[in-house]
Design a protein around this ligand. Sequence first.
Ligand SMILES: [Zn+2]
Length: 221
Amino acid sequence: MEYLDLTPYEYLNSALPETSIGWLGPEHGVQGGTADPLTAAEVTMLRAASPRVGRVTMGWHACEFCENAEGNGEYRYYLPDGRIFAAPTLFLHYVERHCYRPPAQLLDALADPAPLHWDWRAERLCLVLLDENADIGLRAEAAVGLACWDDRRAYAALWNSLRGDDDLLDCAGDEIGRSLAAFSGREYAKDLTAVTLHTMVQYGIEKAAQDDYQIFLRTFS
Ligand SMILES: [Zn+2]
């Protein structure tokens, strides 16, 4: 899939309006040119802002410019001003190997990080997560996204999702667990270690410190 940077995201259904970045391909090449690659510090910043894949996609998609990498997921970047950027996991490979420079709108926001205040996006993610009729992929995406808000309402929604249907926990329990673990140490999250949870949720909590980079982006050189 190839989309111009800063156009509305439309690859998959989404719970929220998002903006595409880094969906590079043969028609437009490395958008923005290759003359101004990220510095090592900027790459480190981008990696740090990409700890988890927000959405796993069907199948692996190979790099459009070499045969040395493939990815099967998408990153989400929730910015304090309300924007959400959606990028394929190959995004990091394009940055590091093909001198792609993401739009300044993302880089400037990452360089000046601020906590996310509770907003309509968080409310919407709570509703999707707890909607038993919603698509499981969207519910998993909501579970990942909610961990970006350091707010007890996000924790409450994740916790309440544990009481729901087994389909959700069987398919996305690990993502819910990873998100719950983000609230470790909060006073309101003390139940987290006091009870035995669904196997997948427990697994997610245990692997919470793991970076997705090596899981959803394979490189061969
Ligand atoms: Zn490549």
